[in-house]
Design a protein around this ligand. Structure first.
Ligand SMILES: Cc1ncc(COP(=O)(O)O)c(C=O)c1O
Length: 384
């Protein structure tokens, strides 16, 4: 984000705050599209960041929506129902009935046989993706999937569009991704051959990696080139739609937190900020051992630096955002800007601890107008 926009935010808005920049987000999506084979489609897993969903409705092909709460968010933002896949575990008859009766969403993933039963009992036509398990609580076994496909004539109102496969996040290894794609490719071939059935679509959850810390080297261009080759080499020539959260939105976000106090305890320098680990969760961070990509505002030269520990405002010794970073002339009132906080940071923290307020959320729109999409929100009323 440009320096003048950050200055505007620092001058005019309170901290702690997340800022999501829509121009950065849109160019990130364009980059992903340009780096992947032309026919690959993108499904945004909205759990990664629900604040920006409406801003990218035209930029992605589908939204993966995984809970009643996420559905309500899409409803209130008037997201086109044809773009939504209702996915995830724990979607019971009541939720499915309600969604079908009050919206035009007709596309569901199957995560269990009881979810399939709930859809079987519907009178409306519905489309499904069958999620294949990778051996955890998600999806169903291959055998159950095959049984549904074998008996499809019994359920004429259910259109089986294809399969969904997602095994986890932060997939760095092309070798692992190849193994997963090969597995799905063979399974699709087997199903098509044995059941005389055409799989139209594979929704593949890549969990593309995001590199958060300052000493990491990641050649994303090469990674995406190699992954694209894997896609091109699939025998399956139907629709491939990639389910992506983190890698799409992480880079559009920054988190701002202000230094409110400083001290030297037993020869170690501690800066206390108004945020903390209740707001800022980086995947792979452990006891603040790694240094995220971050800056201080106002900017400094690097003369006469001192070593500081940056601590949040919770009553726990674990509330350290960064250990032992060099800062020149640190002052109360300085703002630390943590980068790559567009995915999960605003939801994965222990946000009710100590009844601290939730940070405000700002969106910098395509015309560089800043909108407050969530005010600083007290949590004490949830804890009494
Ligand atoms: C089913 C499913 N799809 C997509 C995603 C998004 O993963 P990521 O944010 O790593 O891209 C998740 C993350 O938990 C998921 O469970």
């Amino acid at each position: 984000m440009k320096e003048d926009i950050i200055k505007n935010i620092v001058d005019n808005y309170e901290t702690p705050a997340y800022v999501f920049d829509i121009k950065t987000l849109k160019s990130r999506i364009s980059y992903l599209k340009a780096s992947l084979p032309k026919n690959t489609k993108l499904c945004y897993a909205i759990k990664a960041n629900t604040f920006i969903v409406k801003d990218i409705e035209e930029d992605v092909d589908r939204f993966e929506v995984c809970s009643n709460g996420e559905y309500e968010i899409c409803k209130s933002k008037k997201i086109n129902g044809n773009k939504i896949l209702i996915s995830g575990i724990n979607k019971d008859d009541k939720l499915i009935n309600r969604i079908i009766s009050e919206s035009d969403i007709r596309f569901f993933s199957i995560e269990s046989m009881s979810q399939f039963e709930a859809l079987k009992n519907q009178k409306e036509n519905v489309k499904i993706l069958i999620r294949i398990t990778s051996g955890n609580q998600f999806g169903i076994n291959e055998e159950e999937c095959k049984k549904i496909i074998e008996k499809r004539a019994l359920y004429p109102h259910i259109e089986i569009v294809g399969l969904q496969y997602f095994t986890g996040t932060q997939k760095n290894s092309i070798k692992v991704l190849k193994k997963e794609l090969d597995y799905m490719d063979s399974l699709i071939e087997e199903i098509e051959c044995n059941y005389n059935f055409k799989i139209k679509e594979l929704e593949f959850g890549t969990g593309f990696p995001v590199h958060y810390f300052s000493n990491e080297n990641f050649d994303e261009d090469s990674f995406l080139k190699e992954f694209s080759e894997l896609l091109n080499n699939c025998k399956f020539k139907g629709n491939i739609i990639l389910e992506i959260g983190r890698s799409m939105v992480a880079s559009c976000g920054i988190y701002l937190t202000k230094v409110v106090d400083k001290k030297i305890n037993k020869n170690e320098r501690f800066a206390i900020v108004d945020g903390g680990i209740n707001h800022l969760v980086y995947y792979g961070q452990f006891m603040a051992m790694k240094i995220p990509q971050m800056e201080i505002f106002p900017k400094r030269d690097n003369n006469d630096t001192e070593i500081w520990n940056i601590c949040g405002s919770l009553c726990t010794i674990n509330d350290i955002l960064v250990k032992k970073i060099e800062v020149s002339n640190l002052q109360v009132g300085d703002i630390f800007i943590f980068k790559n906080t567009g995915a999960y940071c605003s939801t994965e923290g222990i946000s009710l601890f100590l009844s601290r307020d939730l940070p405000q959320v700002l969106v910098n729109d395509i015309n560089d107008n800043i909108k407050v999409v969530r005010k600083i929100t007290p949590t004490y009323n949830l804890n009494m």
